[in-house]
Design a protein around this ligand. Structure first.
Ligand code: GLC
Length: 446
């Protein structure tokens, strides 16, 4: 009898352990609603800001310049962004038409941009500035109705317990850790995630990055090494509506709520990062992209993208059913580079007029064409002509077209239905217009 009981107890303990590991993730109803809202929002601003901004050479500067941690970390004592004003930032991003912002709470250099008890290497305790900028942003976002998301780096170039080391940060000259380090580092990350999800109000998304630094070719083993499930479950237990995303460049792992693409629209791989990404057909998608070349502030990075380029990119991303997370790198003094702001405000102006063809839409049933992209809502298909032509074919079949009108002004657009779809005869392209939108209304839902 005693033996049987021991066996049953053992079996129960084992299966309990197993089920904690292997149970399929079931998003809470709040989480499903948050995914829906995320999809409707379509446009967010990414912010890379940290002590690295002081060296004005991007957020990887500690690694690219090969700086030892002891020297690099001294930047903190000189960090004083005297012009930082959370409300001004949020107002600019709102005027740009963004519905959410995603800011670096801790980047690969390991410096925390929030008041954390898990490490003294943070903006409140290690800088003369002493202010919790994430707190100020959370208050400004709440006031302006903007969702706040946190970027969180998995990898760390400063901590000894980030051990065994990854492929980057090799010149940091830190002492090696030991066999307990990884457990310790994981506990540190869980403590910080708990703070981020407890002290800053409702958080829209935790946006992970950097697990490619310690890479295992086997997908499952890679996720287990990083203990993703434990982290994701923690996030969802603290805030069930909080979305989990991870810029790992691989197919999604169990427990993720959105899928992220870096500098590529879903399905493309111009960067080489997206080679392993298989586009999920069930999760909301997001493409992150820079306004200039670099994510973090780089003083000689003049390559600011034009409003035309950005609007077209937003349209193409929406056409792929994905959000655009567009990055800005604030200066070390807390100001936003004027040329970046100019481009953002131009997007905002465009969205004010044409936002109904982007927000709340889904990627169109017509995939990207040589002339442009499509988005849709209900019975309406928004044809975004990015490359003007006198006539275009919109390959929709088996649904009767009721009307075709120019979004601007509402003039009727001549069309004919042919076996291959709908041929539209386009009006002349107005001066300065880089997206000529034609609204097609069909008899049936698309
Ligand atoms: C890459 C870069 C990182 C940046 C991120 C943003 O992972 O390594 O610095 O934060 O892209 O998508």
């Amino acid at each position: 009898m005693k033996r049987t009981l021991t066996i049953i107890a053992l079996f129960l303990a084992m299966t309990a352990g197993m089920s904690a590991q292997q149970k399929a993730y079931e998003p809470a109803p709040e989480n499903l609603a948050a995914r829906q809202k995320f999809t409707e929002d379509r446009f967010g601003i990414f912010i890379h800001w940290g002590i690295y901004s002081m060296l004005s050479d991007g957020e990887w500067v500690m690694n690219t310049w090969g700086l030892p941690y002891d020297e690099y970390s001294r930047l903190a004592a000189g960090f004083y962004p005297s012009k930082f004003n959370a409300e001004e930032w949020v107002k600019v991003f709102k005027a740009a038409g963004a519905k959410y912002i995603t800011i670096t709470s801790r980047h690969h250099d390991g410096f925390s941009m929030f008041g954390t008890k898990a490490s003294p290497y943070n903006i409140v305790d290690a800088t003369p500035f002493g202010r919790d900028v994430l707190k100020e942003l959370s208050e400004a976002c709440a006031k302006e109705g903007i969702t706040l998301n946190f970027y969180y780096s998995h990898l760390d170039w400063g901590r000894n317990d980030y051990y065994p080391r990854g492929n980057t940060g090799q010149k940091s000259e830190r002492p090696d850790g030991d066999e307990n380090s990884w457990d310790h580092y994981q506990a540190f990350m869980r403590a910080q995630l708990t703070e981020l999800l407890t002290n800053y109000g409702p958080i829209g998304c935790i946006w992970f990055d950097g697990m490619w630094d310690r890479y295992l070719p086997d997908h499952k083993a890679h996720g287990e090494l990083w203990r993703l499930r434990e982290q994701y479950d923690l996030i969802h237990s603290l805030q069930p509506a909080c979305l989990v995303g991870n810029n790992h460049h691989r197919p999604v792992f169990e427990g993720e709520d959105i899928q992220i693409f870096e500098k590529d629209v879903p399905g493309q791989n111009t960067t080489g990062f997206s080679a392993e990404s298989v586009v999920s057909d069930r999760l909301p998608l997001e493409t992150c992209q820079t306004l200039r070349n670099s994510w973090g502030y780089q003083v000689n990075d003049e390559a600011v993208k034009t409003p035309e380029y950005l609007v077209k990119y937003l349209v193409r991303t929406a056409g792929k059913d994905a959000n655009l997370l567009l990055n800005i790198g604030p200066r070390p003094d807390g100001t936003l580079p004027e040329s970046s702001v100019e481009s953002l405000l131009a997007m905002g102006k465009w969205l004010e007029k044409y936002g109904s063809t982007i927000y709340g839409t889904r990627g169109g049933c017509v995939p990207e064409q040589s002339w442009g992209a499509t988005t849709q809502k209900g019975k309406e298909l928004y044809v975004h002509v990015l490359d003007h032509a006198d006539a275009i074919l919109v390959p929709v079949k088996g649904n009767k077209l009721v009307s075709a009108v120019a979004f601007d002004g509402g003039a009727k657009v001549p069309f004919s239905q042919v076996p291959e779809g709908i041929v539209l005869t386009l009006p002349a392209k107005p001066e300065g217009c880089y997206d000529q939108i034609i609204t097609l209304t069909f008899k049936n839902e698309l």
